[in-house]
Design a binder for this molecule. Structure first.
Ligand SMILES: Cc1cc2nc3c(=O)[nH]c(=O)nc-3n(C[C@H](O)[C@H](O)[C@H](O)COP(=O)(O)O)c2cc1C
Length: 140
């Protein structure tokens, strides 16, 4: 809608790159789900990003999350980031949609409108957590 979620995603990708972690970004409104499935097979961490639509996640994100749950990739960690205007239940909704993924939830970063300095700091902290988990897995 206004690029808020994409700004968060891009910030997190840069923060992860600074920590030596490669990411793949998918715009789920146009993504080939086959490509997403292949990427999920090798991923250690899944970060779901979405704007809020009618209190929940964007319909394209709901669709892709349902597919990820059915595919049961061996992803080890998950996090949710996104944007809202006034109120959101996307964390509860998306968390409930991935019972097949045996993941540790690393946290949620939600911001009102465009991300501000404290939101970007929270994304940096999330990148630190992901780095620590990947180091513990021997991936870094
Ligand atoms: C059709 C539509 C429905 C929305 N529903 C909600 C909602 O239920 N709760 C909310 O907090 N914001 C809602 N919003 C506002 C967006 O979530 C908010 O503007 C957000 O910052 C957009 O993020 P984006 O720029 O990443 O798309 C809605 C916006 C649209 C266009």
């Amino acid at each position: 809608m206004h690029g808020s979620t994409e700004a968060m995603v891009d910030h997190l990708i840069c923060a992860l790159a600074e920590r030596g972690i490669a990411s793949e970004k998918f715009n789920l409104t146009v993504t080939d789900l086959g490509r997403l499935a292949v990427s999920l097979l090798d991923a250690a961490t899944l970060v779901i990003g979405s704007s809020t639509v009618l209190m929940g996640a964007h319909p394209s994100v709901i669709h892709a999350t349902a597919v990820a749950n059915v595919l049961r990739p061996k992803v080890r960690h998950a996090a949710i980031i996104g944007s809202y205007g006034w109120a959101t239940k996307m964390t509860e909704q998306l968390t409930a949609m991935i019972p097949n993924l045996k993941v540790e939830l690393l946290g949620t970063v939600l911001c009102k409108g465009l991300p501000q300095a404290d939101d970007l700091a929270a994304l940096d902290a999330l990148a630190d957590t992901i780095r620590d988990r990947h180091t513990a897995l021997g991936l870094l």
